[in-house]
Design a protein around this ligand. Structure first.
Ligand SMILES: [Zn+2]
Length: 262
């Protein structure tokens, strides 16, 4: 590929227009590396090369090329499908990472037959693509994304899993609103409204921003955050959960926290 000027031009163009963070490597040693992680995005160039945006342990989100992936010369099977978790064997060239092989660890295949759940997982994928800085390792968010997918697989309620995912992701960055104390006066919270400043008690939330969350709803929010990962789906099952509107409300509010940073 390096000797083909037409292809080289194409990759340079796609670097900036298709994916963020094209992998120009600055003086790093060439060689092989193995990283576990997930496929966030995949595109196929007109020449049949796959251009992947992988989220990898120890590397963060990074563009990886898989030459000939769709021409049959090298086949990676389901390992280059978005939302597939695998151990990726990479070759680090002078300018780019290349995929040499991959061993699938979790494909979430049964979720792909459930339109609402796969749509939710894709929504989180898009959030990661939009808000994570390329080539900045963030293994805590990577692990959180894995467990959030596993919660959907275990039939946890998607909206509760989403609240937990966004809140814990914001906590990794030190930006999560405390559900324990009012962000205005510091008083312990019973009922509250979620604003861009944080959860506010009724005395502090004077402008009416955000829907009112009852004491019971606040208890559920806290419980969903403190539940052990393995018990989460049992506590918040996809069916039989009443009063879903406040979960949608807090999720849309948390998304604004990410937008406010952009
Ligand atoms: Zn207050």
């Amino acid at each position: 590929m390096e000797n083909n000027p037409r292809k080289r031009r194409h990759i340079r163009r796609s670097d900036s227009s298709w994916f963020p963070g094209g992998a120009f490597l600055d003086g790093k040693t060439q060689g092989h590396a193995n990283h576990s992680g997930v496929v966030l995005k995949r595109d196929i160039s007109p020449e049949g090369d796959a251009i992947l945006y992988l989220f990898l342990k120890g590397l963060g989100p990074i563009t990886v090329y898989a030459p000939g992936a769709s021409r049959g010369r090298i086949r990676f099977g389901g390992a280059i499908e978005p939302l597939t978790w695998a151990n990726f064997n990479l070759y680090r060239g002078t300018k780019y990472y290349y995929l040499t092989s991959a061993e699938i660890k979790e494909g979430f295949w049964q979720l792909r037959n459930d339109p609402s759940k796969i749509a939710k997982l894709m929504e989180w994928d898009v959030m990661l693509c939009r808000h994570l800085a390329p080539r900045i390792p963030c293994d805590d968010v990577l692990a959180l994304f894995y467990w959030s997918g596993m919660h959907l697989k275990s039939d946890a309620h998607p909206l509760v899993a989403e609240w937990r995912f966004y809140w814990k992701w914001l906590r990794c960055w030190g930006l999560a609103p405390s559900p324990e104390n009012c962000a205005g006066c510091g008083a312990p919270i019973s009922e509250a409204r979620l604003t861009l400043l944080g959860f506010l008690c009724p005395s502090c939330a004077r402008d009416g921003e955000g829907a009112r969350l009852s004491a019971r709803e606040m208890d559920l929010l806290r419980m969903s955050l403190s539940a052990p990962a393995r018990a989460f789906a049992g506590l918040f099952p996809a069916t039989g959960l009443r009063g879903q509107s406040h979960w949608a409300e807090v999720n849309s509010r948390l998304k604004r926290y990410f937008d406010a940073m952009a």
